[in-house]
Design a protein. Structure first.
Length: 407
């Protein structure tokens, strides 16, 4: 757990927090969308281009050798972060979105008419649309797990939805709308007991920065997240895939970096992660992200989780004081550092715009979960999502100006 002195030191590591907007000091409460960046990231990107800029796999070239070594070192750092078996199970993409799109193309286990893919109502558009498109192309069935009154998944309903034709279950770890933490261990246990061959894909975009992730304990087959959600650079996604599954994937894109031999009539591809990383990957971002993870390892995700829980509970108590505020999931015990709410008879867009006048950045709208909003008969929400550099003083200012706007 962090004390005030430690939080002050952490905040100094994020230069953007000094920014002034409309005469007010920035209060950044949109961490679910993207997190702000520490000095170590900014400095290391610059350092990479000054010292090592080169392409990979040119083994007679000093700069290339150094770049290749650092990319593999980053894989090993991510492997430790999520407790994968091997660094060779880590594939670099541009985002969580690209990782899921890649899977919707590369997975070979789903190709028969009426095969089934299961997702939940809590999914981000990125974990809905690629499967929707795949189902239309191949005449598959997309099944949707409905949420209960606590904005979570009913385990009984999951059992009901599973069938002999179920091939994939792709599900979020934490809802980007309500902050609900899904009982992944129980979900995986139910699925694997029903049929151990069903592939389980876990979207950790919202959990990776907030709670410790252990793929061995969770027992998922595939896991995806984006570095920009965990204080890293934009344009970098991470796809973890069990090695036995990875070796069965078909290539997604074709070109340099993923080939062994090329002839005019035929091409032989690399094995494993290399065949899914065609072209020049985001080397500078990979290099700098490695140092962000090392920085977070010193702080420890476990401590971040404890601190953010204290903050979000403090915010929740404040919001519940005002009867004009409709707070969604207010009774949820198992939730993350995300809150969604609305103001009675007020447009969420207007509230967000007025908060911006005081330098307060929140997210408004359907939160990239439009089907969920329509199911709940909501015209979007106001979302506050906290990060490790937020503090009580910011929450107090936010609540003060929110009340001022409501009045």
């Amino acid at each position: 757990m962090f004390n005030k002195k430690e939080i002050k030191l952490i905040r100094k590591e994020f230069p953007i927090l000094k920014k002034i907007i409309n005469g007010y000091k920035l209060i950044y409460f949109d961490n679910s969308s993207t997190t702000q960046k520490p000095k170590i990231l900014i400095d290391k990107i610059k350092y990479y281009y000054y010292n090592y800029n080169s392409n990979l796999y040119r083994y007679n070239n000093y700069l290339s050798v150094k770049s290749t070594i650092y990319v593999d070192e980053c894989r090993k750092t991510i492997k430790k972060l999520i407790n994968a078996n091997s660094y060779k199970e880590i594939i670099f993409t541009k985002s969580t979105t690209e990782s899921i799109n890649l899977l919707s193309v590369c997975l070979k286990n789903i190709n028969k008419k009426n095969d089934e893919i299961i997702i939940s109502q809590l999914e981000h558009h990125s974990n809905l649309i690629p499967w929707q498109i795949l189902c239309k192309k191949k005449k598959l069935k997309l099944k949707i797990l409905k949420i209960n009154e606590k904005y979570n998944i009913s385990l009984k309903y999951l059992k009901y939805k599973l069938s002999k034709k179920t091939k994939i279950v792709s599900i979020t770890h934490i809802s980007n709308v309500f902050g609900t933490i899904l009982p992944i261990k129980k979900i995986v246990e139910i699925i694997k007991n029903y049929n151990r061959n069903i592939l389980i894909i876990l979207d950790c975009a919202q959990s990776i920065a907030h709670i410790p992730i252990d793929v061995q304990k969770l027992n998922v087959d595939i896991l995806v997240f984006s570095s920009h959600k965990i204080y890293g650079p934009t344009g970098l996604g991470i796809l973890y895939c069990k090695e036995e599954i990875l070796n069965k994937l078909i290539p997604y894109q074709y070109g340099g970096g993923m080939i062994k031999e090329v002839r005019y009539k035929n091409t032989i591809y690399e094995n494993g992660y290399k065949q899914l990383e065609a072209g020049t990957i985001n080397i500078a971002s990979i290099y700098s992200f490695m140092y962000v993870i090392k920085y977070l390892n010193k702080i420890k995700i476990y401590n971040i989780n404890i601190y953010e829980n204290k903050l979000i509970n403090y915010l929740k108590k404040l919001l519940l004081k005002n009867k004009k505020i409709i707070l969604y999931g207010k009774d949820n015990i198992n939730s993350s550092s995300i809150l969604s709410f609305n103001i009675k008879n007020k447009n969420n867009y207007d509230i967000g715009l007025l908060l911006n006048n005081y330098g307060i950045q929140v997210r408004i709208g359907n939160q990239c979960a439009e089907p969920l909003m329509k199911y709940l008969k909501l015209n979007g929400t106001i979302r506050v999502s906290l990060g490790l550099y937020n503090n009580k003083e910011e929450i107090d200012k936010f609540y003060y100006y929110l009340n001022k706007i409501i009045k």
